[in-house]
Design a protein around this ligand. Structure first.
Ligand code: ASP
Ligand code: MG
Length: 411
């Protein structure tokens, strides 16, 4: 069997859904698990609904909600589907002011994938394909770490394998990326852009021959085409290089995607949605490595936090575990670490958890920080490339080895 994952940009409109049909038919329309993200920017729009409701702005939330529903209804109509009869639409917004923000978030934001997958499944069915729609909140079991749930692989694997091995299973299963559910039936989400991760988990559970992520880029490129004009396609890479790229901030694949695939030596293809016959990129055990072109990766929205020992009597190294315990507990995502005798600097994603973490760090250290920063990683750098990258930029911190340069720069 194979797993195909279609991201939000691929299924952003009716034409995208028709293209899914085309790609599925090219694959023989059988033995396929099709994982789909929310359509276009739906996840962002749903996040806004949660924010508005939380702020008590019910009317604005409702307007936003109606826009989201209208958008999906328009796509359905364009595809010849009947909203309400072919596809169930959520009537009320599942918001309970008594619940924590993050729990409400998961109940609401997960609706994007529930809508997109119903549209894709019913559309494929109406085109004569043998399709079943699966509801991941009932199949992919997670804990209740809202917004970043941890998957219970043993339970999920057993349930999903049993479903797949059932005699009467149709040729194609369509299901949601990004979402799961707790033992007591609450929906959860796995972290933004988590659909790739779901595809990898399903590939692992079902011993897939391969997993393919269909994207709006030609494959894995050496730089973001929206930033650098001349990009080069990397046709073949090793798992370890792919992990490093995604950890550095390359947007092509979610960082958690590689491990479940590497564990079972399942190749991961990244292919252009608009040109299914194109070569794309393949990440595999026997991939070509190390990558032999310079690779530029931007990780945006960074904050650089510097801690200085309050009391020079002790060595800062001794406080490392304390610092990282605080960072871990506040769910900060560290992208770079640098230390000197008396200071430690960490660059982290500037999320809503940062302020509390800084407060706690201030109890133990003298803390300074700078925000509105980006981390640029250049792999396969040369002195000339590094000079060019530094030109005209304010560099807050740089870390270079022979082949890799990492620069924290002002945005
Ligand atoms: N729809 C979710 C998001 O936009 C998950 C995904 O696209 O992978 O974050
Ligand atoms: Mg998305």
């Amino acid at each position: 069997m194979k797993v195909y994952k279609f991201g939000g940009a691929s299924v952003k409109n009716a034409e995208g859904v028709r293209n899914v049909e085309k790609i599925v038919r090219l694959a023989g329309a059988q033995d396929l698990m099709v994982v789909v993200s929310a359509m276009g920017k739906t996840t962002n729009a749903l996040e806004r609904v949660v924010e508005l409701l939380d702020a008590g702005k019910e009317e604005a939330a409702l307007t936003q909600w109606v826009d989201i529903i209208d958008f999906h209804v328009a796509v359905m109509k364009e595809l010849g589907l009947q909203p309400g009869s072919d596809i169930r639409l959520q009537g009320e917004i599942p918001f309970d002011p008594a619940l924590p923000y993050d729990e409400n978030y998961d109940q609401i934001v997960s609706l994007g994938e529930l809508m997109s997958t119903q549209i894709v499944a019913v559309y494929l069915l109406k085109q004569g394909l043998s399709v079943e729609w699966w509801n991941m909140p009932k199949l992919l079991r997670t804990d209740d770490t809202w917004r970043e749930a941890t998957v219970d692989n043993d339970t999920s694997r057993a349930v999903i394998r049993a479903g797949w091995e059932r005699a009467q299973r149709p040729s194609i299963v369509v299901t949601q990326g990004f979402i799961g559910g707790t033992a007591d039936g609450k929906r959860t989400t796995l972290g933004r852009e988590g659909s790739d991760y779901t595809a990898a988990l399903l590939g692992n559970y079902l011993d897939a021959e391969s997993v393919t992520i269909w994207k709006d880029v030609p494959g894995i490129l050496n730089a973001d085409p929206r930033i650098e004009p001349d990009t080069i396609l990397i046709p073949s890479l090793r798992y370890q290089d792919a992990v490093e790229l995604s950890y550095s901030g390359a947007q092509v694949i979610h960082p958690k995607t590689i491990r479940p695939l590497e564990n079972k030596r399942i190749p991961l293809y990244v292919k252009p949605f608009g040109d299914p016959a194109a070569q794309g990129s393949c990440i595999a055990e026997n991939g070509v490595g190390p990558i032999d072109v310079p690779v530029y990766i931007w990780r945006k929205n960074q904050i650089l936090i510097t801690m200085r020992a309050k009391d020079f009597a002790f060595v800062l190294e001794e406080s490392l575990s304390e610092i990282f315990e605080i960072i871990h507990r506040h769910r900060l995502k560290v992208s770079l670490i640098q230390s000197s005798a008396v200071t430690i600097s960490v660059s982290v994603d500037n999320t809503r958890f940062v302020a509390d973490a800084i407060k706690e760090l201030q109890q133990h250290f003298n803390v300074t920080y700078n925000d509105h920063l980006s981390l640029l990683t250049i792999r396969g750098t040369t002195p000339e490339i590094l000079e060019r990258a530094k030109a005209g930029r304010t560099i807050m911190l740089s870390q270079t080895t022979r082949r890799t340069a990492r620069l924290v720069v002002k945005e």
